[in-house]
Ligand binder design. Structure first.
Ligand code: PEP
Ligand code: MN
Length: 349
């Protein structure tokens, strides 16, 4: 249920509505738009509540949300969600760049990538410590040692960290190091894991399941939000199709669709979507033109030696080229370059 307050409703009226929601045993979630206040109601409304709320002073209208997701629904808030990560405001006017290696491999590899992507304009450093690999015989990640290296990279560069958590029992360890908890495509519908990250206070990036419809993906986000964590961003990373030239098929229409259905920020990962480094820049530019709030890009100092996903990884130079082109597209479609942290030392090297 959502309660839209009348234009010019007083603070007293808004507080009164919120108090009445609590008295019904539910929680209010207030959001302010340009000239309206919307109060989302968290929980299942008891019989007759809609009628009771409609009578309160300052209330314009009360609507029931009939979709299978409520907290993630566009109607639930008056304005899109903005998630602050370091100095970046994801979902704000700027396009946020998250970049780094597929996997953390060595200290030197990670720090070289971190310094390189930071100098090129990245706002967040990516790097997998726990890797979901299709075959058990591939490199599975440095696990806890990888987390320690990510912490070191964060301490040196000041870049916030996004890294994947694959199992509920590892949420506390990843939480210690990560600024954004990443849920990978294979775990998009792993509900125990979604509930566990939903009980934390860190932003979560939820990758679309490779076989998930947009509706299923947003319902997965709802599982996280239903546990109390509203800081969820969606990430389109390509879905399975009959096409084999690319690793997956980037569903760019999912960007405006998800933004129409939901208030959550939408990120695009053209690296896993295409599987080929030379397709990453054109798809990154197209994603920003389609309205993406940010990009997740794999960058490796030497892609030909990468232990994972070298074929889709950009060199640092190619990432710098992508960042410049993306900014041009961002400006052309009325977005801004996202602010870089002012207090972060740009490391030499
Ligand atoms: C990743 O980003 O490291 C990753 C494994 O991606 P996905 O879950 O989209 O395959
Ligand atoms: Mn990868």
């Amino acid at each position: 249920m959502i309660i839209v307050m009348r234009h010019g409703a007083t603070t007293e009226e808004i507080l009164h509505v919120e108090e009445r929601i609590r008295r019904e045993g539910l929680q209010p979630h207030r959001s302010g738009g340009v000239d309206t206040t919307v109060i989302g109601v968290i929980g299942t409304p008891p019989y007759g509540m809609l009628d009771r709320m409609e009578l309160l002073p300052g209330v314009e209208r009360v609507t029931r949300i009939t979709k299978p997701y409520k907290l993630a629904a566009r109607e639930f808030t008056a304005s899109p969600t903005v998630i602050n990560v370091g100095a970046a405001a994801i979902g704000g006017p700027g396009v946020v760049l998250m970049a780094g290696p597929c996997s953390v491999e060595t200290r030197e590899q990670l720090l070289t990538a971190a310094r390189g992507v930071q100098a090129a304009g990245a706002h967040v450093l990516r790097g997998g410590a726990f890797k979901p690999r299709t075959t058990p015989y591939s490199f599975q990640g440095l696990r806890d040692d990888g987390l320690a290296l990510l912490a070191e990279a964060r301490a040196e560069t000041g870049l916030p960290i996004i890294t994947e958590v694959m199992e509920p029992s590892k949420v506390p360890a990843v939480y210690e190091v990560a600024d954004v908890l990443q849920i990978g495509t294979r775990n998009c519908q792993n509900y125990p894991l979604l509930h566990e990250v939903g009980r934390t206070d860190k932003p979560v990036m939820l990758k679309r399941g490779l076989g998930c419809s947009i509706d299923e993906w947003i319902q997965a986000a709802e599982h996280i939000m239903d546990q109390g964590n509203m800081q969820v961003m969606l990430c389109e990373r390509g879905i399975k199709s009959f096409e084999t030239y690319t690793r997956n098929t980037l569903d760019l229409s999912a960007v405006p669709v998800a933004k129409r259905l939901s208030h959550l920020p939408v990120i695009v990962d053209p690296s896993h979507a295409t599987g080929k480094w030379y397709l990453v820049k054109p798809m990154a530019m197209a994603a920003v033109a389609a309205g993406a709030d940010g990009l997740l890009i794999e960058v490796h100092p030497t892609p030909d030696t990468a232990l994972c996903d070298g074929a889709q990884s950009l060199t640092i130079e190619n990432f710098a080229d992508l960042a410049a082109s993306v900014q041009q597209i961002a400006q052309a479609v009325g977005r801004e370059p996202a602010a870089l942290p002012e207090d972060v030392p740009v490391a030499a090297g």
